[in-house]
Write a protein that binds this ligand. Structure first.
Ligand code: OOB
Length: 552
């Protein structure tokens, strides 16, 4: 049997997680099998006019699994999937699990550069896209992928243009007879996307055992049941929306996932009213928009009992407004695609919910808060967050050098987050040391954008830093040192005008959210003692420029 290579947990840890009942030895397809048996007529997914029962979700994913097996897809293969928030997202996810094909779910906002990078790393046999995305609106990108990935056998498109294979046809195909078998529970089920801090986006292998545990535990903490109606208005593949407790948590509990194309408040409020949504998950910037839109529309939100907020820092002042102005309880969620997820609990005192990002979901999560020398700091002091546990990965996919940097010898993963831990174990996120910008919950690896800018013939040096933004929390600012020569100073400045630089980046195929919000031309970049760009100093320089500009 061919499996996907990944860094396993050490045997003693794995045994402990099995004996404690964290790891059940069951594939995640068990979630669907159980609901199909006990709750077949229950509505699993509501999307637009469509409602998909558990029985249908099971039947459709089985049909697709058969159609894919018939085309030679088999256990140990991988797939690159990019679908918007539609029912097919979850149908495809379960179909692939059923035949042991491990997908990575790219964000719908990803463009050529990101998808190509994932395809290079994963070497998928299957790519699934959507015709509503510019990349799959014609066959050109599929042809590029075939050139990059020699083993790529099939590109299926939902709403396919002429000449491409229509995913919907396979979903309708009858008569498959292959015996379906997911990969063993201890093997890779799928890949999560890392927010990243390096030049190439990294993939996170997640096993059935570890992910299913995080789903069950999350559903328990959030008290999901068959009456739960969960609004999924952020990307369905993101760890928050998939497993914290997300759609899989809702499926596990037999509730309904209501899919929304975006968190835009008016559209979401209408869906909430129509479907009697009881719970939603948002990033802080979306909450701010909901708070703005809520006055006069409170009646539409009457069914909502719980709002989860996570993905980026949530200002206490905003948090305090949630119960009063949206009429529901608040839960803060601090998680990561790599594993560890912290929740404030539903019966926590108000202050905890407003001022902390919760505590680890599992008693088996191990958390250390350390100083720069790796020494534990006392409770209440600021430090770097390290963690290991039953659903925290042990290594990025095929990235030994990076793994050597972010894991210590005991298997603790350095999250790159700066936190304070209270005596009760609750964590408050106070900053980060990883070179990443958190733009309203969307993560931008500074190095990735810097590398793209450095390809520009007129750019000598480039550094991307965060700048505070009232709605997004942070936005990105690219600091550029121009390459001298080749014309007058005015020519150089002209060639480096922000619209031209953005156009240049766009042409390289990078996702729109990674385009710098601001550009600053500088004569030099501040350096640290070892000669690297000093980002702390640079952020201060940029902040100074912003203030001067605001005052001018
Ligand atoms: C979630 O996952 P990712 O992988 O997109 O991003 C993880 C990073 C964390 O390391 C932290 O830097 C930041 O996002 N973050 C937060 C936060 N939640 C995540 N920073 C401050 N406050 C929070 N509440 O973002 C994610 C995964 C699962 C559940 C929720 C969020």
């Amino acid at each position: 049997m061919s499996g996907i290579d990944f860094t396993r947990w050490p045997e003693d840890a794995a045994r402990r997680y099995r004996e404690a009942g964290c790891w059940l030895g069951l594939p995640m397809t068990d979630i669907l099998a159980r609901q199909c048996r006990d709750n077949g007529d229950g509505i699993a997914i509501a999307c637009g006019e469509r409602q998909v029962t558990y029985r249908e979700l099971d039947a459709r994913s089985t049909r697709l699994a058969h159609a894919l097996a018939l085309r030679g897809l088999a256990r140990g293969d991988t797939a690159l999937v990019q679908l918007p928030n539609v029912a097919e997202f979850h149908i495809v996810f379960f179909a692939l699990l059923k035949i042991g094909v491990a997908p990575v779910n790219a964000l719908f906002s990803h463009q050529r550069l990101e998808l190509t990078a994932y395809a290079r790393q994963l070497q998928p046999r299957l790519v699934i896209g959507a015709g509503v995305h510019p990349l799959f609106a014609d066959g050109a990108f599929a042809a590029t992928l075939h050139a990059e990935v020699p083993g790529l056998a099939h590109v299926l498109v939902l709403g396919a243009p002429a000449g491409a294979t229509e995913l919907a046809d396979l979903l309708m195909e009858e008569g498959g007879t292959a015996v379906l078998a997911p990969s063993p529970a201890s093997e890779v089920a799928f890949f999560q996307l890392s927010g990243g801090s390096t030049g190439t986006p990294k993939l996170i292998p997640r096993t059935h055992d570890d992910y299913y545990y995080s789903v069950r535990r999350s559903a328990e903490i959030c008290r999901l049941d068959t009456t739960t109606r969960f609004l999924c208005a952020l990307p369905a593949g993101h760890n928050f929306l998939l497993s914290s407790p997300g759609a899989l948590g809702v499926f596990h509990a037999g509730g309904t996932v209501v899919l929304a194309p975006s968190p835009e408040p008016l559209g979401c409020f209408a869906l909430i009213e129509r479907h009697g949504v009881t719970m939603a998950a948002l990033v802080p910037s979306a909450v701010a928009l909901w708070l703005q839109a809520a006055p006069g529309r409170r009646a539409q939100l009457a069914s909502v009992r719980l709002l989860q907020v996570g993905g980026a820092s949530f200002a206490e002042a905003l948090a305090r407004r949630v119960p009063e102005e949206l009429g529901c309880a608040l839960q803060q969620v601090f998680g990561m695609a790599e594993g560890l997820v912290n929740y404030t609990r539903l019966d926590d005192p108000e202050d905890k919910v407003y001022t902390t990002q919760g505590r680890p979901m599992s008693p088996f999560d191990e958390v250390r808060v350390v100083d720069l020398d790796g020494q534990d700091v006392p409770d209440g002091a600021e430090g770097l967050l390290l963690t290991r546990g039953p659903y925290t990965f042990r290594g990025y996919y095929r990235a030994p050098e990076h793994n050597a940097q972010v894991f210590d010898t005991e298997g603790y993963y350095a999250t790159g987050d700066l936190v304070r831990r209270g005596v009760d174990g609750y964590l408050t996120v106070v900053g980060r040391v990883k070179d990443q910008i958190n733009r309203g919950g969307e993560k931008i690896a500074a190095e990735e954008v810097e590398n793209l800018l450095l390809r520009h013939p007129r750019v000598l040096q480039a550094a991307l830093v965060s700048v505070p933004h009232p709605l997004l929390g942070e936005m990105s600012c690219a600091c550029i040192v121009a390459r001298p020569g080749g014309g007058t100073a005015a020519d150089v400045t002209d060639a480096l005008r922000p619209p031209l630089l953005r156009k240049y980046l766009r042409e390289q195929g990078v996702a729109e959210f990674k385009l710098p919000d601001r550009f600053r031309m500088l004569d030099t970049l501040p350096l640290t003692a070892v000669g690297k760009t000093d980002k702390v100093a640079l952020r201060a320089v940029v902040a100074g420029l912003e203030t001067n500009q605001a005052a001018a």
